[in-house]
Design a binder for this molecule. Sequence first.
Ligand code: SAM
Length: 281
Amino acid sequence: MNLSEMREILSREGIQLTKSLGQNFLHDRNQLRRIADMAELTRADRVLEIGPGLGPLTELLLERAGEVLAIEKDARLVALLKQRFPPDPSGARTRHARFQLLHEDALDFLAREQRNWREWKLVANLPYSVASPILVELAQGERAPERLVATVQTEVARRLMARANEDDYGVLSLLVQIDFVPRDSFRIPAGCFFPAPDVESTCVYLQRRAEPLLEGAARGVFVELVKRAFSQRRKMMLKLLKQHWPAERLLQGFEALGISPEARAETVSLEQFVALAKRLS
Ligand code: SAM
């Protein structure tokens, strides 16, 4: 689907795009192909796509993967997608028979459904306003997909990939990197979307860790620790954590892990947060 086809469909159907739903559609074939390439799809793959829009990425995913489940919030787009990818009456495993479309708010669906996504890959050009909560919801825990390939606002991409002592390092970096390793990324120019967004876009690829860094109760402690430590970025982390854990235990942990009592959260690595969570749990 190129730009003129996209414009034609939207005007034929009388669809005015909704900014609050992040409706910036990707029409550049090269960029769409690069996203699908990064997912390294085979017929054995099951793909979750959030926000299929008019379906330019969906089309590629159906060509390459075994199964695609797409979740779209806008009823007008759901109706269009149903026309574009109708169910196959013969029931044969044609590309349309391998496509399932849900008319849902993806965030509500993910929170409610608690499905096991371990055998799935997320491949999506996400609605930017809800990209972070969607990624956190999907990435945490034992049910997370094996790979996340997501186009997000560049600022969010930087946070997803940041390490300690980098400006963008924070809660989002740690809550995702506890289970995922950032592997690759590429910028997508604004002109590749219709309409062009006001912000820059980047596609990121995160791979689920082969072995979880934390299990059981320590995971809950890690989340609490990270949220409290970054609740006031400029404050010493020890001061913030003392409100919740005994100072003595914290100091022992800090010393054993080589964390200065004056350290701010942004200087503490993922590995140090993990080790501290283990000690406190
Ligand atoms: N994948 C398409 C593309 O690349 O052209 C569209 C991407 S567009 C950035 C985001 C899409 O997500 C829109 O179709 C929008 O309607 C949909 N969307 C927005 N919020 C949503 C939500 N909470 N749940 C599911 N879909 C949502």
